[in-house]
Design a protein around this ligand. Structure first.
Ligand code: CDT
Length: 314
């Protein structure tokens, strides 16, 4: 196994609805070139990196197809795959996926992992799909559940240059189960893409915590599961909505090893020492020795806490 894997986070600034796929793919190719020039071996792009984050709008069925890819690579995304082969760098790319499966069209919020030979290694389909199906007064419109069904590929881990890579998308990063499932599947590195609004109308009092709540679960996930995390934001003012940046690479110690400073196209690189994983396991997390899976059955049986009565009312 390699001792090091040099990771690149390719944050993008806003991708407006008016941008053509060719323009956007051109930006991504340029970011990949910068990542490769900095010595990176594997890059991660944001969630839905090819388009604007369209779940911020309430759209009719006929209006959404332009945002989905029916082939990956397709004619418009092929230049990115060609660039990977030319630059000898792998990447993970978030996109909206429309496929024929089980006799009908299926829509997933997906990410594809591509090798340094420009060939697909594997895919992941977002498991924790947030938001709702219809717009509600007083709530920031976020209709992912209208446009995507939950992922059906589990939490796969793929080998890239002998390193085990897990994938996740945006809201997945807030859930401890994502990292634990990937850890138990053997991940050493978790690549995440996200689109996170700065303002949530339903919780203005939490506005000052948006970046803290971006990094907190990823740092905890990295530490508690002894994995490297590389996370790429789509940031900036996109079609009138501000998205946070804060793209980063996090060590298994929970420390942020590298951090984006802008809310624009930016590449952040860090040479990840995979030996740190074993060090952190020796210090606190000898999973096989100390975990008690037989005591954790509730985790796979219950989605949330039981209904509780307020005792003081009785
Ligand atoms: N893209 C995505 O998953 N965004 C969510 C915001 C959900 S707000 C209803 C996030 O966790 O950042």
């Amino acid at each position: 196994m390699n001792r090091y894997l040099t990771l690149a986070v390719c944050q993008t600034g806003a991708i407006q609805r008016s941008a053509t796929r060719a323009e956007t793919v051109g930006r991504l190719v340029h970011l990949l070139e910068r990542a490769a020039a900095a010595g990176a071996e594997l890059a991660v792009f944001p969630e839905m990196a090819l388009t604007t984050f369209f779940p911020r709008w309430s759209l009719e069925a006929g209006e959404i197809d332009e945002f989905y890819e029916t082939r990956m690579p397709g004619p418009q995304t092929q230049p990115l795959f060609d660039a990977a082969r030319r630059l000898k760098i792998g990447f993970a790319l978030g996109y909206a996926e429309l496929v024929e499966e089980h006799g009908g069209p299926r829509r997933f919020n997906s990410t594809v992992l591509v090798g340094a030979d420009g060939e697909e290694i594997g895919r992941y389909r977002k498991m924790h799909v947030p938001g709702g199906e219809v717009a509600e007064a007083g709530v920031t419109t976020h209709l992912e559940r209208r446009y995507f069904e939950p992922g059906n590929l589990g939490f796969p881990v793929y080998a890239y240059r002998g390193v085990r890579i897990g994938l996740a998308l945006c809201s997945d990063r807030r859930w401890p189960e994502t990292y634990r499932m990937l850890c138990l599947n053997g991940a050493q590195v978790v690549l995440i893409g996200y689109n996170t609004p700065v303002v949530l109308d339903e919780a203005p009092a939490l506005a000052h915590l948006r970046m803290f709540h971006n990094h907190l679960p990823m740092q905890a996930g990295a530490y508690q599961n002894t994995v490297w995390v590389a996370a790429a934001a789509k940031a900036g003012l996109e079609d009138g909505q501000a998205l946070i940046g804060g793209s980063c690479i996090i060590a298994p110690t929970g420390e942020i090893a590298a951090l984006a400073l802008s809310i624009e196209d930016e590449v952040v690189v860090h040479r990840a020492d995979l030996e740190l994983i074993a060090t952190c396991q020796r210090v606190n997390f000898d999973f096989a020795r100390y975990r008690r899976p037989e005591e954790y059955a509730l985790i796979s049986q219950r989605a949330g806490p039981p209904e509780t009565r307020n005792e003081s009312n009785h």
